[in-house]
Write a protein that binds this ligand. Sequence first.
Ligand code: GLN
Length: 188
Amino acid sequence: MDKTLRIGVLAVQGNFREHAAVLRRLSVEPVEVRLPEELEGLDGLILPGGESTAITRLMRLYGLDEALRSFDAPIFGTCAGMIVLDREHLGLADIRVARNAFGRQVHSFEADLDISDADGPLRAVFIRAPWIEDAGPDVEILAEVDGHPVLARDGRILVAAFHPELTDDTRIHELFLNLVREASSVGA
Ligand code: GLN
């Protein structure tokens, strides 16, 4: 049985509108999350890119950091959202992330990622992007740039150093939705 997925998008700062737009394109109605109670009943949550310092501060202010530690559905963090999930922040993904690892604003760039997909490489937009500096043994590295992991999965957590919400290619969001469907059918 296919039920309608409820996917939240953390909407305190950053690219939440763009993620919501991709979800709508994939026929999923997004739920904007600013308060802990808005996490209730969600099948998954997206933490958008933006400014990780601001996102961390606002999450703490609204009590979302505590709430997220007990949220047990799949989470997809992009760019700043990936930073927020690492060992030094929420600690939900067994990764250590280096901020602005590719350099500052001038080093924003696009790259074609090999994501081992039959439909070919994925064009990815990197903006003051982080990379994964260290990953635990259970973390699956799904793509790299110059030997640096930029897409990875740690169980129910998916992280991307780039901005899949800024291109027309919806494959990474679809990957996340598949993870959500998998998790909700196991949990049902
Ligand atoms: N450099 C930003 C940070 O450290 C992340 C950039 C982004 O999300 N595009 O928070």
